[in-house]
Design a protein around this ligand. Structure first.
Ligand code: ATP
Length: 242
C-alpha cells in the first residue's frame, strides 16, 4: 500500500524553480536514496515534504490524505518527520530532553526513549549530557532518535554524514541498520553514492530540480547513477537511458 505519494511537485525559491514536476510513490518500508549534485533540489524537496516550504503546485499525499497545505508542526503529528541537515538540536537541553521533544507530537508507536537508547547505544552514557557537548556522531544519533520518537510513518534524513569523519559515518550507518529494516518508510539524502545504494531499496537521482533516474536499487549500477548525477545519457523524456 502507498504510504507517501508525491504528485507533479513544483517548488520555488522566488523566481528559481528548485523542484520541477517531481512524482513518486513509496510503500511501507521502502528506503529511498535521493541523490544528486549540489543544488539538484534534494533539500528543497525534503523540506516541502516536511511542510517547511510549501510547493508552488502539485500534491503530497500521506496514507491517502492530502498534506500539501498542512503546516510543518501538524505534519509531524500526522506522521512525517525530518532530520534536517545540520541536526538543529537544542544545545542547552540534554539528550533525553531532546528525545522527549519528539514525543510531544503525541503519536503512539514502538519508539520510546529506551528503544532509541537500544538502537543508539553510544547515547546511553550521554543521556543527561547537554547536546552542545556531544560529538558530531552523538548529535546525529540524537537528532535521528528525536525524529523517531514521533513514531513517523515517513522519516526524512537529510545528509546524515555531513561533517562526520568516515569512521563515525560507518557507526551511524551501522546503527541505522535496525531502522532500515523496521518497516518505517525512509527517504535518505546522501552524497556518498556507494553508501546510499548499499542501504536503499530504491534510488532517485535529481538533476536541476528534475528526476532523471528512478529505479529499484538492485536494478541499477553505480555507473548508471553516476551518469545520471552528471546529466549524461538522458533520453528524449529527460530520463537517463539504461
Ligand atoms: P545541496 O546538496 O547543496 O544541499 P540540494 O540538492 O539539496 O543541494 P537545494 O539545497 O534544494 O539542493 O537547492 C536547490 C536550488 O535552490 C539551488 O539552486 C539553490 O541555490 C536554491 N536554493 C536553496 N535554498 C534556497 C533559498 N533559501 N533561497 C534561494 N534559493 C535557494
Amino acid at each position: 500500500m502507498t504510504v507517501l505519494s508525491v504528485q507533479n511537485l513544483d517548488v520555488r525559491h522566488g523566481l528559481l524553480q528548485a523542484v520541477r514536476g517531481v512524482s513518486f510513490d513509496l510503500a511501507k518500508g521502502d528506503v529511498l536514496a535521493l541523490v544528486g549534485a549540489n543544488g539538484a533540489g534534494k533539500t528543497t524537496l525534503l523540506r516541502s515534504l516536511a511542510g517547511a516550504h510549501l510547493p508552488a503546485s502539485g500534491r503530497i499525499m500521506l496514507n491517502g490524505h492530502d498534506m500539501t497545505a498542512v503546516p510543518s508542526h501538524q505534519r509531524i503529528a500526522k506522521g512525517i518527520a525530518l532530520v534536517p541537515e545540520g541536526r538543529r538540536l537544542f544545545s542547552q537541553m540534554t539528550v533525553e530532553e531532546n528525545l522527549l521533544l519528539g514525543k510531544s507530537a503525541g503519536r503512539q508507536g514502538e519508539w520510546t526513549v529506551d528503544r532509541v537508547f537500544s538502537a543508539f547505544p553510544n547515547l546511553v552514557p550521554r543521556r543527561h549530557a547537554k547536546t552542545g557537548h556531544l560529538s558530531g556522531g552523538e548529535q546525529q544519533a540524537t537528532a535521528i532518535g528525536r525524529a523517531l520518537m514521533s513514531n513517523p510513518d515517513v522519516l526524512l534524513l537529510d545528509e546524515v554524514s555531513l561533517g562526520l569523519s568516515p569512521l563515525v559515518v560507518d557507526r551511524v550507518y551501522a546503527q541505522l541498520q535496525t531502522l532500515l529494516t523496521s518497516g518505517t518508510t525512509i527517504i535518505l539524502v546522501e552524497q556518498d553514492l556507494g553508501r546510499a545504494m548499499a542501504v536503499a531499496s530504491r534510488v532517485i537521482c535529481m538533476l536541476e530540480g528534475r528526476v532523471v533516474l528512478d529505479s529499484p536499487a538492485k536494478n541499477v549500477t553505480r555507473d548508471q547513477v553516476t551518469k545520471a548525477y552528471f546529466g549524461l545519457h538522458r533520453d528524449s523524456t529527460g530520463r537517463v537511458a539504461s
